[in-house]
Ligand binder design. Sequence first.
Ligand SMILES: Nc1ncnc2c1ncn2[C@@H]1O[C@H](COP(=O)(O)OP(=O)(O)O)[C@@H](O)[C@H]1O
Ligand SMILES: N[C@@H](CCC(=O)OP(=O)(O)O)C(=O)O
Length: 367
Amino acid sequence: MLSRIVVKIGSSSLTTDEGGLNLDSIAFFAGELSALRSAGHEVLLVTSGAVAAGFRDIGYETRPRQLHEKQAAAALGQALLMRAYQNALADHQLKAAQILLTRTDFANRKRMNNANMTITELLKQGVIPIINENDTVSIDELKFGDNDTLSALVANLVRAQQLIILTDTDGLYTADPRKSPDATKYEEIHEITEEIYSMAGGAGSSVGTGGMRSKIDAAKIATRGGVPVFIGKANETGDLLKALEHTGKGTYFATHLSSLPMKKQWLGFMSSPLGRIVVDPGAEKALIHGGNSLLPVGVKRIEGSFHAGDVVEVVNIGNERLGRGIVNYDEDQLQAVLGLPSSQVIGIIGEVHRLEVIHRDEWITLK
Ligand SMILES: Nc1ncnc2c1ncn2[C@@H]1O[C@H](COP(=O)(O)OP(=O)(O)O)[C@@H](O)[C@H]1O
Ligand SMILES: N[C@@H](CCC(=O)OP(=O)(O)O)C(=O)O
């Protein structure tokens, strides 16, 4: 069966600590991607490396820390990165196309659908879409930063059969193996628990961002969307195919879910919430365990500025995130009826779109 594979390669696998591209690595990965294609798979690449590739050329001594410097380095480095991939893939008679995306592109459903249509057409024409964050226009608080989350969103968007996140370590260990040589590796993970999170540390090199933690975040999003994930290493010919065949050097994250409807995916992982609703323990239980809607009676407090139809985040009284949903009240309406039984709502604010603050069909649990 023809399958669709998203491969993510991190800066640490493509560049040197001193900055600049490692062209031998790019040639190696081009060969690996070509092997996937020859085995009959559709391949999308999410690649980092623009900042790391560009900062030396632009004249900085080390990887820049300030946003405008990173953006300038990325603008130069992205062109170097694409040229390197196009040359290396041409050696395997493959064509590559550049797609640059931001978080805002995913938050806007029209733009997201357009990106999906373009990617689908490129795949149909046999071209490898090469995707990176559009670093030059992303603003700090909305940046993916690392590309791990981006790769998970892309994998869900194109309904991939597998997400392969390549890095400089052969999987998830009980602790950062650079710092704890006795750490042991997980071969397979069936559920991403708090314990798993607590083992994942930050970036391992001066060019990487996010470390294992952001990779676990990505694995959570992708597996929730029905896409199984591999996190590990490919440094010998044939490793990428092995990663796909379940014999790779890394950790596998299984998914027990079939693909999540696009509406729920968008709500949970792509939308930008405009407000927060704090709920009491009864409402928390009803939302998380009862599969019920949120009613005004369970709302303790609201924050932010929102209107009916906007996405809001719901947290418990301990400020722990519970999920996201589409709210049916304007902020001032909800303020007037929070904590009250539904029977009193119409009497106080007149007409509402729906009595539920968030209907269960427009809710996703993210706890
Ligand atoms: N529990 C862990 N298991 C494996 N690696 C870990 C763990 N915690 C932190 N790391 C670090 O994460 C690094 C990979 O992430 P990162 O540097 O962001 O790479 P990339 O550029 O490939 O995204 C590894 O080099 C490793 O030092
Ligand atoms: N968009 C940025 C990604 C930054 C980055 O370092 O990401 P990663 O190596 O995936 O942790 C770039 O291309 O430099």
